[in-house]
Design a protein around this ligand. Structure first.
Ligand code: FAD
Length: 328
């Protein structure tokens, strides 16, 4: 009953690891949703390279477009092109990573295709119903999409990236003539430019180890003095609680939690973070959680595998020194 279309998210042709997680979810959906094939669409600069790469992951047919319309991400043209590709490739479902752009474009795709949508999906049941978190992960809802056309965004941390599979060979340019509105001038806004943040540390969402700091650090200087070296001694990415971000100790894109990034590294070290539910929503699926907090009753200890009840200004530098010693 129709195909599943994967929205291939990439940066200049480099496929995001999360796209492979979305593909893993699409593979799980294939049988219960009686889909024939998994097909794909990639847009923007480098789309052709990304599209070709995905053929190696078992996608039978992929469309790409490097038209100037897609050079800088905007929800409107992206949504229209994804919907167009879905129609062209006989897809009755669309699956994408629940990244910022995935969460932005896919609801519009759902409107264009008159589809039912589930966002931030973390699991697929054998009967094709879906699991997704609600209320900062305190409730896991079971959702069944009853419409004949379905749109899904998936949380990358919930699905292991798909592995290579014998695939198809059909990769061609997406014809845009099918939707005259695509070529209209932007109606709501235009991206004027990007300023990329430069970082030597791993990307927070993909990192194997994350060290996060909280309000207890007390200042940006302390955050830099205590959290940075601890993270660097482990080759870790740095995260922060919202309180730390709001207080200006750490940049916005480091925020972990309900309104920040969702991470699930092998090791998550929280330094001076209380463990409010909104923070836990972004890190509680980490494989090993280490918490440093001077309050033995801090809620973070309820999810921590290892807890250190101590003053962070004493133990974090000590830990850093020990780890540096081990490394050298
Ligand atoms: C709608 C909504 C969305 C939100 N989204 C997010 C989100 O995405 N991410 C997020 O993090 N929060 C989020 N919050 C905020 C959240 O509720 C908490 O306010 C926030 O996480 C608290 O940050 P914190 O743990 O750093 O600070 P606090 O709660 O103030 O905790 C500081 C901790 O440090 C400990 N401490 C103090 N001094 C020391 C010391 N010297 N050594 C060791 N430990 C020490 C204290 O015992 C305390 O436990 C959200 C809130 C709302 C309402």
């Amino acid at each position: 009953m129709g195909n599943i279309l994967l929205f291939i998210q990439h940066v200049d042709g480099k496929v995001l690891k999360g796209t492979l997680s979305a593909l893993a979810a699409a593979r799980e959906l294939k049988v219960p949703w009686q889909a024939e094939q998994i097909v794909g669409v990639a847009l923007g600069s480098g789309a052709q390279v990304a599209a070709k790469e995905m053929l190696g992951y078992g996608l039978t047919s992929v469309r790409y477009s490097e038209n100037g319309l897609f050079e800088k991400y905007r929800a409107e043209p992206y949504a229209r092109a994804i919907a167009l590709a879905a129609k062209e490739l006989s897809a009755t479902s669309v699956v994408a990573l629940a990244s910022s752009s995935g969460k932005d474009a896919l609801p519009r795709v759902a409107v264009l295709l008159e589809a039912a949508q589930a966002s931030d999906v973390i699991g697929v049941n054998p009967d094709g119903s879906l699991r997704r978190p609600m209320y900062a992960g305190n409730i896991i809802a079971e959702v069944e999409l009853l419409a004949p056309t379905r749109v899904v965004t998936v949380r990358s941390t919930a699905f292991s990236p798909a592995t290579l599979e014998v695939g198809g060979s059909e990769c061609s340019e997406l014809g845009l003539a099918g939707d005259p509105e695509l070529h209209e001038q932007p109606r709501f806004g235009e991206i004027v430019g990007y300023e990329m943040s430069k970082a030597d540390r791993p990307e927070l969402s993909d990192a194997a180890v994350v060290v996060s700091g909280g309000r207890a650090l007390g200042s940006a200087e302390n955050f830099e003095k205590v959290v940075y070296p601890l993270a660097d001694s482990l080759g870790a990415a740095i995260g922060a609680s919202r309180a730390a971000v709001d207080s200006g100790y750490a940049p916005n894109d480091w925020q972990v939690g309900q309104t920040g990034k969702v991470v699930a590294p092998n090791l998550y070290i929280s330094v001076g973070i209380s463990g409010a539910i909104q923070h836990l929503a972004g890190m509680k699926d980490s494989k090993v959680i280490v918490a440093i907090n001077k309050d033995p009753d801090a809620p973070i200890f309820e999810v921590a595998d290892y807890g250190l009840v101590a003053d962070l200004f004493t133990v974090a530098p000590e830990l850093t020194e020990k780890l540096r010693g081990l490394r050298s």
